[in-house]
Design a protein around this ligand. Structure first.
Ligand SMILES: [Zn+2]
Ligand SMILES: [Zn+2]
Length: 231
């Protein structure tokens, strides 16, 4: 299934071994170890995807988290790094999106399950996005909309203040540092909707949690995190 998807949509060269055919060849993709389970925000494995999160995490705004690869894996790190920092990086959004599709298939959830969802990428500040040339979360989201029926909403959630890298802050400061960072406009587009909030990596979780909080304040019914990897 993974191979078929890649062959079908993205005949290119493997980013690891340079083999012709895919951005990620079958061998390298198999090393990526796409996860087959869903985990709670606190890393506890969840048997039922619908359960979303464990009892301890019930007070969090995020309904749950989907992530496809363990970040500790060398190949995952390389993949994410190349996506974010190398010149050809932007194109990697395609195989990354197909990894997400492969993951959803492994969860044995048909893609039609997500037809009522909307995709909202975690935004960058205008300044940061101009500097990088693109928002990596938005690129992945855009590719996802090509692979299955889901709408992309990019004019609702905005980042209006720069933040420090969250890993550099003590745990107690992280959520506080996110206050007033995100702004919701055009609320009618997310009201009563189920949101898949997309980012490349989920590390401390404070960014996604704050996004989920403001989206729910604005009326979103559910907000699920969707990341390529978890730190
Ligand atoms: Zn390869
Ligand atoms: Zn939990």
């Amino acid at each position: 299934m993974k191979k078929i998807l890649l062959d079908l949509f993205f005949p290119r060269f493997c980013v690891y071994c340079q083999r012709e055919g895919d951005y990620l060849c079958e061998d390298c993709l198999s090393i990526l170890e796409i996860l087959q389970y869903q985990y709670c925000l606190c890393k506890k494995p969840q048997r039922l995807p619908e359960a979303g999160k464990c009892r301890r995490c019930q007070n969090l705004s995020l309904n749950g988290l989907y992530f496809t690869l363990p970040y500790q894996n060398f190949f995952t790190k390389k993949l994410i790094h190349q996506f974010k920092y190398e010149p050809f990086a932007r194109e990697l959004a395609k195989p990354l999106a197909s990894i997400i599709i492969a993951y959803f298939n492994l969860l044995e959830k048909s893609l039609t399950y997500y037809k009522d969802f909307i995709l909202v990428p975690v935004p960058l500040t205008k300044k940061r996005q101009r500097k990088r040339g693109f928002n990596q979360a938005e690129e992945i989201s855009r590719e996802l909309t090509k692979l299955f029926q889901i709408s992309l909403i990019t004019d609702c959630l905005f980042k209006i203040k720069e933040t420090l890298p969250q890993v550099e802050l003590p745990k107690s400061e992280r959520l506080k540092s996110q206050k007033g960072v995100f702004l919701v406009k055009n609320e009618e587009k997310i009201k009563k909707r189920k949101v898949l909030l997309v980012d490349d990596v989920y590390t401390t979780g404070s960014t996604m949690e704050e996004c989920a909080r403001v989206l729910k304040m604005a009326g979103a019914k559910e907000v699920w995190g969707l990341a390529i990897a978890r730190g």
